[in-house]
Design a protein around this ligand. Structure first.
Ligand SMILES: [Mg+2]
Length: 249
């Protein structure tokens, strides 16, 4: 209970259903980040570099730095023009409203970049908390910043599990929604996982129970029913992982 040191029990926020979601391939159907990289980076070894990253020979931040160093034409206006072809899943906007109505905190955790995520959300008039890598556009190649790297997650530019553990309270019911490799580690910290794509296989291989989702309508309907029936339960293993990270982090 060190986390509440100095805070009286009456000041403690009420336990809640707390939801974390990935962005690329989850809030959007496509991986916008990868499409952006492939469109703007002139690095000739893009596939080889991505391959080395997937084999764990280089880390994500180094990979991004290298590939975006070869993207001198990625300006604000070029990004706006590129994003015309992409949109967030309309079911996500309704999901954000549902979370707000029920006061369930919702956070987007992305291993991509704020520059395109915030533009796409703004265009859809969706307001939600986002934690992502940072990209500043100006003259020449974009400036990148990675505020959420951690040695615990050497493969990732953004160690999402830190947020899952540190933003939640012991009694919260933590929900994670995702699709890809940037979600693998973090999903183990959630009481309930909604998965599709590679995250499904990973959950199966690691004995993590999950529900497959097609859109955020599925997520909302399943969660809503479980909450109404008081069947949303904590998962011991996830609670222990969150507590361990809390006490060491
Ligand atoms: Mg994804």
């Amino acid at each position: 209970m060190t986390r509440f040191a100095g805070v009286s029990s009456t000041d403690r926020p009420q336990p809640t259903v707390r939801i974390f979601t990935d962005f690329d391939g989850t809030v959007t159907r496509e991986d916008v980040g990868e499409a952006l990289l492939r469109h703007f980076s002139t690095d000739e070894d893009i596939d080889a570099t991505l391959e080395r990253w997937s084999r764990g020979e280089v880390n994500a931040a180094e990979t991004y730095q290298r590939l975006y160093a070869a993207a001198p034409h990625l300006t604000e206006s070029a990004l706006d023009a590129f994003l015309v072809g992409f949109e967030i899943d309309p079911s996500f906007a309704r999901f954000v409203d549902w979370c707000r109505e029920h006061r369930y905190p919702l956070t987007v955790l992305s291993d991509g970049f704020d520059a395109y995520i915030e533009r796409l959300l703004r265009r859809a008039a969706v307001e939600v908390e986002v934690k992502a890598n940072r990209m500043r556009l100006g003259e020449g190649a974009p400036e990148l910043d990675f505020p959420y790297t951690d040695r615990r997650c050497p493969q990732l530019a953004h160690c999402k599990s830190n947020h899952v553990a540190l933003l939640s309270q012991d009694e919260d019911l933590v929900i994670y929604v995702g699709d890809g490799s940037s979600d693998f580690e973090a999903a183990g910290f959630a009481d309930m996982v909604f998965a599709r794509g590679p995250l499904e296989n990973w959950c199966q291989e690691h004995n993590i129970t999950f529900r497959r989702f097609y859109s955020f309508t599925t997520v909302r309907d399943i969660l809503s029913a479980l909450i109404d029936q008081r069947k949303l339960r904590p998962k011991k293993r996830a609670q222990v992982l969150r507590r361990q990270l809390w006490s060491t982090g």
